[in-house]
Design a protein around this ligand. Structure first.
Ligand code: CDP
Length: 219
């Protein structure tokens, strides 16, 4: 028997991370935030080549290889500069290719004997785990998403200006959706959730219902 896999994809600050984490806790599955891998790559390009605006694919690949377990824990991965850089390096085919195996391994052999795996990102249901048991695609109005991100940043003690966050988010959405490799797009068989008017509890309940119903119909 193969381990169950749930793919949660979606736009920035749509609530996919919160949803994926709660589902993982509820189901006893291991959780991987794949955005952190791209954030770590972006962060390493900034620390290895601070003076360079024009990061080539080769330099970004060196950055992937320089990622350590400590990098993954660095709070700076959530900074604005790193966030924008992450979406730039995420459009590079060699970077994406270098990060595939780690993500597929996690899905196949979830750590600590977990009963399944949940991965969240942009291309989990389309590229990384096209055979995932359940696929969820989360989106929401961009103004609402920007407001959520501002709240999150302020709660962390960071500065955040709504107009700036909104503009960055629009740029990032456009880049993520238009790139030639693994663009952000719902898988054909994804359950699409618009969380514009849903709080985290409502989104969790809807996703859990979708998963339970599908499991029942498969049993
Ligand atoms: O938290 P938020 O949704 O704002 O971002 P994230 O999920 O941490 O992802 C940061 C950036 O990494 C995104 O803007 C994408 O460009 C990229 N990413 C990706 O290309 N593929 C993934 N599977 C996950 C993230």
């Amino acid at each position: 028997m193969t381990t169950p896999v749930i793919a949660v994809d979606g736009t920035a600050a749509s609530g996919k991370g919160t949803l994926a984490r709660r589902l993982a806790r509820e189901l006893g599955y291991a959780y991987l935030d794949t955005g952190l891998l791209y954030r770590a790559t972006g962060f390493m390009t900034l620390s290895l080549y601070p003076a360079r605006e024009d990061i080539t694919e080769e330099l970004a690949l060196e950055a992937v290889q320089a990622i350590s377990p400590e990098t993954m824990e660095n709070p700076a991965l959530r900074d604005e500069e790193t966030t924008q850089r992450a979406s730039k390096v995420a459009a590079m085919p060699l970077v994406r290719a270098a990060l595939i195996e780690q993500q597929r391994n996690f899905a196949k052999n979830p750590p600590e004997g977990a009963g399944g795996a949940i991965l969240d990102g942009r291309d989990i249901g389309t590229v990384i785990c096209p055979n995932a048991d359940h696929k969820i695609y989360v989106d929401a109005d961009v103004e609402i998403r920007a407001a959520r991100r501002v709240k999150e940043l302020l709660e962390r003690g960071d500065e955040a200006i709504h107009a700036r966050v909104l503009q960055d988010m629009r740029e990032r959405d456009a880049r993520d959706s238009s790139r030639s490799v693994a663009p952000l797009v719902p898988a054909d068989d994804a359950f699409i959730m618009d969380t514009t008017r849903m709080d985290a509890n409502a989104a969790f309940a809807a996703a859990l219902e979708f998963i339970s119903k599908r499991n029942e119909s498969k049993a």
